[in-house]
Write a protein that binds this ligand. Sequence first.
Ligand SMILES: [Ca+2]
Ligand SMILES: [Ca+2]
Length: 200
Amino acid sequence: MRKSRLLGLIVLGTALWTGCEHATKSPKSLETPSPAQAAKPKPQAPPAHLPKDAVQGDFDGDGTAEYVWLVPPEVTGEMECQGGCTSYLRFSKAQFPAIAKEDCIGGTPTNLGDLNGDGGDEIGLLPEWFVSCWMDYFVFTYRAGQWAPLVPHFPTHCDQWENDVKPIEKDPTKKGYVLVRYSVLADSSIVVKTKSVAVR
Ligand SMILES: [Ca+2]
Ligand SMILES: [Ca+2]
């Protein structure tokens, strides 16, 4: 009888102790969200009337998120599309003009975050094509009602994508610059190079 009571106390004590520890831990983790969480709300799934792969971002920096998605051409044969092999980036915000991308049969836009510090997120696009592992990477920024290249488009190879090399990010050492990672063929091998580029 005594033994089982003692056991019960031990169980109760353990439960209280772990319960307390849990209680002291959880408010702390709530108080200190990561800087990314604090700055931006979590991306929401696109509304039902938009494509499922639509990507959320605040591309004009007005504090309200919108969506971007790619509309590919209808591929009719080897290197052929109905009406030309041009894809369009389209937006949920009516004021945004579509971005036409020639020689592109697919691809998913990426929200790259705000790379030039103007408050709006930049959009990256790796176009898909019928052949070749070499594709230029494009980065668009919204300015005065137009889409403009943030940096000149740069060559990438599928090796760099398979190795998860980040194509572009803010240069932590130089304000107003980004680090661009591009691929080149050097002595019959493909190498990734990095350069710091001024943003517009
Ligand atoms: Ca916006
Ligand atoms: Ca920006």
